[in-house]
Design a protein around this ligand. Sequence first.
Ligand code: GAL
Length: 436
Amino acid sequence: MSYTPFKIPKNLLLGSATAATHIEGGEQEHNWYRWSELGNIKDGSHSKVACDHINRIESDVDLIKGINNETYRLGVEWSRIEPEEGKFSEEGIAIYRKEIKLLLANNIKPLVTLWHFSNPLWMEDDGAWVSPKSVQRFLSFSKYVVDQLGDLVEDWITLNEPNVYLTFGYFEGIWPPGNKGDLKGYFAAAKHFALAHLHAYEQIHEQLKSKGCKDPKVGVAHHLRIFDPANGSWLSKMAVNLISRLFQNIFLESMTKGKFLFPLRSGGFKATRAHYADFIGINYYSRDIIKGVLNPATLFGDRLLKENAPLNDLDWEIYPEGLYRICKQVYDKYQRPIFITENGTCDAADNFRTKFIYDHLKVLSKAINDGIDIQRYYHWTLLDNFEWAEGNSARFGLYHNNFETQERTLRKSGEFYANICEERLVSARMIEAFLK
Ligand code: GAL
């Protein structure tokens, strides 16, 4: 394989991403704390440990600065800010104010995610997102957070990957609340997520406008995959269409345009604007090859791996061209700016992350040069962290984390990314030093 130097396009901001539950730690009353207590994390790890970020904010901001990021995506923990319904914690929100001020003091532009898979137990135990109350609950939480932080933060992600949360929590049953095959729950909650975003979009804009913010940016981080049919049979093609629709298109279409595709219900919502997305957030990791089968339980498709494809530690295909294809599809359809809100790989030994970064940034640069309006790239993730049901052993970090000592060490691939962020190019020297 030959590597060639290339430049990072001028307007692409480079950064990294985390989310609250992945890194904070602490005895928080949320669904992941309970899921950990119940022994449901594969390697026995627990959300209360994570990266102990809550006690290491200053030094963790130094890590971000240490890799020359211009922007950083962080999340807030709902249960820390609203421990009881309607009761907001000044102490809880103060933590994020402090962190965001530190980021700004270091010239790092924050992008804040309001919800990233974690529900306070008071909400979890009252129907979570299946309950129609979830929409109002989210709006009230969002209102408080944006009131408190909106003088510092212009860019917001309302929701992260409702499709992944619902697939694992309500279809496969491996995430809280552990429901299997609960399609009724899946679609009811999908509708509430869409409504929560659509209303929050308007609400956040109004709030930020009244604070004098000139260029508010509000969007969703969508998990988008490539689904390719295993063969030319009508069954495989039909399965690809069905899976694409139920796993991604109903979310993209409702949250971008306010249009509810069957079988999603609109709950009476009528779109009054051309779009509800100042950017479309894309979290891109991998592709699935779909083979059509006569089995409704798998939506008529078995998910297979491409033969001889390179795989990461979790056996996900590494497929950089997919990033180009996804960006093109989304841009052709919606003509909205794109943020790559997550892209990264699980590689504990740091064997292939450097090449992963090279390949994905190269493809992204090509997409931008071809006219696709991609404005940001957030590498997932800053440091190894609590990776949901996989626990601490699934390592996606630019920094290695020792979970016993909480010592962070920059990986070689992290150094490569830090160089790219600093020089805004991949040079012949960097290829020599990192890729050969
Ligand atoms: C995404 C998710 C992140 C993290 C990442 C790596 O789907 O938003 O929270 O889990 O995958 O697996």
